[in-house]
Design a protein. Structure first.
Length: 234
């Protein structure tokens, strides 16, 4: 029994242990993951639990949930990596244009599922889609002439910016959603307390604004990529 428990908890990640053997069950692991994404999009991360998932799947399918995915953390690792699969898109142009296309696709995927950005600090990094995303950007940089520790540093700068931006923007969005107000009304009622101009705050939060999250992300990514030059640091 102790050895079996060790196998279930080894190294703290669902990606570091084997998937359970197939059983006679109504749902596959992919079915459960897609249902979890639907629930998270609707309910948010704070309200998410395995009990909520069991209710969503129905009594007949509840046992399949635990046969396929043992814990909430396992399920969260699976869903955030699935979301990042949307970033694995074709990219053309020079190396900066290719990196921009891939990283913007990742940011877009995280914006569409803001709960996924909240999970990045604790539930990302080992899944196949995250690894493929990292390897894709690394390959583009390597082909452009980045080598050695300079390649590692450039890759870190890009991914730290992606994750930091996604987490920050998700945090703002979560605050607004918890208020029950739209962005414009929230900004109008919150600006004075924050000591800022309401119109500027509304623009900062508005996805369509030239001062909004997507525009800021694109501009900041451009600054980083313009500052990078292929070379090797020994």
């Amino acid at each position: 029994m102790a050895r079996e428990a060790d196998r279930k908890t080894v190294l703290g990640s669902v990606w570091l242990r084997e998937e359970p053997a197939p059983v006679r069950a109504q749902l596959s692991r992919d079915d459960i993951v897609l249902t979890a994404i639907k629930v998270l999009d609707r309910e948010g991360l704070d309200a998410f639990s395995m009990r909520v998932m069991a209710a969503e799947l129905g009594t007949a399918a509840t046992s399949a949930l635990y046969w396929r995915i043992a814990t909430k953390n396992d399920l969260l690792e699976l869903v955030v990596d699935t979301v990042l699969g949307d970033a694995l898109i074709p990219a053309e142009g020079d190396w900066r244009e290719q990196v921009t296309a891939v990283v913007q696709a990742a940011y877009q995927a995280l914006w569409e599922h803001p709960w996924a950005a909240q999970l990045l600090p604790t539930h990302a990094g080992l899944g196949p889609n995250y690894q493929a995303l990292t390897e894709r950007v690394q390959s583009i940089l390597n082909d452009a002439g980045f080598k050695g520790t300079h390649l590692d540093s450039a890759l870190s700068a890009i991914f730290h910016y992606l994750i930091g931006s996604a987490v920050t923007d998700s945090a703002w969005l979560s605050v607004v959603r918890r208020s029950g107000l739209n962005e414009l009304r929230w900004a109008a009622r919150s600006a004075d307390r924050m000591g800022v101009d309401a119109a500027h705050l509304a623009a900062y939060l508005n996805r369509e604004s030239t001062a909004g999250p997507e525009a800021r992300f694109t501009s900041g990514l451009r600054v980083i990529l313009v500052g990078l030059r292929p070379r090797q640091i020994s």
